[in-house]
Design a protein around this ligand. Sequence first.
Ligand code: ATP
Ligand code: MG
Length: 148
Amino acid sequence: ETVQPAELVAELVEQHQLTSAKPVRFDVDVAATAVHCDRLHLRNVISNLIDNAIKYSREQVTIRIQGQPEPSGWRLTVADDGIGIPASYQPAVFDRFFRVPTGNLHPVKGFGLGLYYVRQVVERHGGRLHLQSEQGRGSTFSLWLPSF
Ligand code: ATP
Ligand code: MG
């Protein structure tokens, strides 16, 4: 099905702004292009990434969302300036039920399923996932979906 990611992102940003318990600053730049994918799943994927960016940050957070067409597909990037993920745990974050083990220091509760779902959806669409993160500085999740 044909999806306009810019519309999806705008809706989700509005929704998260209304429900977030902490101040969130969004910096959105998503090109007006169409993408072929499952609308509900792409929406949930973006929602999960925004949810994590808010959850795994300190008292406030800035989230930068960029979307642009690429020669053979489309790329979406969700970057935050939150707590980051230690390098040793980065390969595991897309695993089922995985949460960074910080014990009682973990700021919020969760099941460790959000990013597993993200991986399933991206893989089913023949896409690619990329994570870049630095502990204490922030995280950038990037996904690429093929255009056919
Ligand atoms: P839920 O199933 O409710 O999403 P969750 O948020 O714990 O639970 P995931 O979304 O799969 O699970 O994320 C897995 C783990 O990766 C998190 O528990 C957290 O430790 C880490 N993580 C995910 N996103 C971020 C982020 N933006 N910044 C820092 N750590 C993150
Ligand atoms: Mg999550």
